[in-house]
Each structure stands twice: as C-alpha cells, then as structure tokens.
Design a protein around this ligand. Structure first.
Ligand code: AMP
Ligand code: MN
Ligand code: MN
Length: 326
C-alpha cells in the first residue's frame, strides 16, 4: 500500500498518465486522482496526459482537461503512472517519466514488473480505479473523483460481472455511490451505448465469427477496409471480444483488427481455464489472466494459428490434470 500524502509531500508539480489507447479504467483512474489532487492540494499544478479520448467517454467530466500533447520541457516533481503495464505503453508521456524527480506506479496488470520508484501493483484488484480509491482519504473524495473511479471499475469488471469483481470491489462501488453519483447514467452512456456504425461492425464480427478447437474458442477479425467502410476507429471496436465470448460453450475469444498491412491488434478473453496473459506476454503483449492483448504480424491465418496452438496446449494440460484426478 502506498501513502498518497507522503508521495505528495513537498510536491509543486504533478503529472498523471495512463496507457496508450486509453480505456475506461485508464481514463477513470487518471481523472479520479486528478480531481482528488485538485481538490485537496490546490497549491499543486497537476496535469493529466492520455492519448485521444474514445468517443464513448466524450461526456465524462474532466475529459476536456486531459492533455494529448506533452510538454517536453516539463520536469514534474511526481509522475503517477496508472493502469499501465510497462513504460512503452505510456506512449509519448513516457518521456516525462524519465524527467520526473519521483515516480509512482499504481496498477493491476499481472505483467507489470514495477517500473516506478514506488510501486503499488495488485494483480487481484478489479481495476486501477479500485486501487486509487484505497490510497485516498474517503472523506476527502470529491464528487467528480467518485464518478471517474466508479466508471473505471464498471469498465474493467464488465459492469461487476467478471471474475475480478470481489466483495471489496462491491464495497468500494457502494462507497462511491454514496457520494451521490448517477451510476446508471455512467454505466449506460459510457459502457452500453454504441453508435449505429459500432453496432453494424459488431454485427459483421459476429456474422463472420468461427468456432475452433472443438467449439471451445470463438474467433473473429475485422480488416482495415471494413473499418473504413463502416467509418469506425479502433476504439469503436471495444467490447466486441466480450460479446463474442458470451457464446455458450466457449472457453475463450480471440478478436483481431488490422492496424496496418500484415499487423493486427489482438484481444483475448477467457472464462475459466485459459491464462491469456501468458499467451499475450509470449507474443510481446500483456494484461490479465482473463483479459489480455498484444500486437502480432503475419496473415490473419498465421495469427490465429499461433494463438490457438497455445490455447490448445493449455486446454490439453487441464484435461490431463483432470484425468489424473479421476
Ligand atoms: P484489450 O484486449 O486491448 O482490451 O486489452 C485487455 C487487457 O490487456 C487490458 O488490461 C490492456 O491494458 C492489456 N493489454 C492489451 N494489449 C497489451 C499490450 N500490448 N501490452 C500489455 N498489456 C496489454
Ligand atoms: Mn486499461
Ligand atoms: Mn485496468
């Protein structure tokens, strides 16, 4: 556990940053901490750096204060690195990490080796937003921090549905609710609501999905030309992999989208058996046991073949263990 008051002692300038292609937890944890510092440390100049905000979060309070271009002359007293598994995934903000006098890394990625001066990494935590709550003084949490942290928890737990949701997660959500935030509005507008085009491309991904490995794995891919046709950005594809995995009987889902010719962003989700973080790490990415990602090169066929080989190995190992127990 870290002591935020200690990390803020004597600080005049603070920078907060999260991972590239920010999601609900990266945005929620960064804005949550930002509003807390602004409220409780008014003498501190605090800035948040994140890549472009996906459309789903456009109405979230504070997103217009997020900076997308870094000021390279800056030498912050403290740099908070949130929801980010490694330095590379900070993107441009990584340059400020090296210049900061002190760095604090708060994260829940199992693949995070701890690259800050101070590290608070809890892989069992549902989200970085949940971890941020635990380092704050509950009485001093302002309304907008409560909104942001609740949003982060909602997104990383798939609305309190994934196995990372613990009793502590629910207790923290309840405490945030008591700050008077509009929970159903946060859930509906940032998590469930999709544009017409997003739903069209989701339909396309579902239509073209295939079952592999004895129907235990569901797979789908979207090519660049399809993204152009439906006028969608990569962030518009968030959530597709989760919906693929709701298919009964599957153990894991693989979803790819083309970043450039012969390069794909891979998202993997798993229900109970497969450790997708191990597979993503093998291919240079990372994440969590049940949700992980990486970038891979080759044809769609190469990518899916390489991944399913690893999944098959894990499924077989589990089957053998079960046989030995009988
Ligand atoms: P995604 O499939 O992109 O939604 O990612 C699932 C989880 O894995 C998220 O927590 C991401 O932060 C993490 N993740 C995705 N891609 C990478 C990567 N290349 N390196 C490390 N972590 C990743
Ligand atoms: Mn994240
Ligand atoms: Mn997270």
């Amino acid at each position: 556990m870290i002591n935020l008051a200690k990390e803020m002692n004597g600080v005049r300038t603070a920078v907060i940053a999260g991972h590239i292609r920010p999601d609900g937890d990266a945005i929620g944890s960064c804005l949550g901490l930002y509003f807390y510092i602004r409220e409780n440390y008014p003498e501190v100049s605090c800035k948040v750096y994140l890549e472009e905000t996906p459309n789903a979060y456009r109405n979230v309070c504070g997103v217009d204060e997020i900076r997308h271009e870094i000021d390279e002359t800056e030498e912050p007293d403290v740099f908070f690195c949130l929801d980010c598994a490694d330095e590379k995934r900070l993107g441009a903000a990584g340059k400020l990490l090296g210049k900061a006098k002190h760095s604090v890394c708060i994260d829940h990625h199992i693949s995070n080796g701890g690259f800050g001066d101070v590290n608070y990494i809890v892989p069992q935590a549902s989200s970085t937003s949940e971890l941020i709550f635990t380092v704050l003084d509950e009485e001093k949490i302002p309304f907008h921090t409560a909104e942001a942290l609740y949003m982060g928890i909602v997104h990383d737990t798939g609305v309190f549905r994934h196995s990372c949701t613990s009793p502590e997660t629910m207790e923290i959500a309840a405490k945030l609710m008591r700050k008077g935030i509009n929970c159903s509005q946060i859930i509906n507008t940032t998590y469930y609501e999709k544009t017409y085009h997003q739903n069209q491309i989701l339909g396309r991904a579902l239509l073209e999905s295939i079952l592999l490995l004895d129907k235990k794995i569901i797979f789908s891919a979207i090519r660049k030309k399809d993204m152009d046709f439906y006028c969608v950005e990569p962030s518009d594809l968030d959530g597709i992999v989760q919906i693929l995995m709701s298919t009964a009987g599957t153990e894991a889902a693989i979803f790819l989208y083309e970043i450039k010719s012969h390069e794909y962003k891979v998202s993997m989700r798993s229900k109970e058996i497969i450790d997708v973080s191990e597979i993503a790490s093998y291919f240079g990415g990372g994440g969590h046991i049940r949700a992980a990602g990486c970038n891979m090169q080759g044809s769609i066929y190469d990518v899916v073949n390489n991944i399913t080989l690893h999944m098959e190995k894990q499924l077989r190992k589990k089957q053998n263990e079960e046989k030995q127990q009988v």
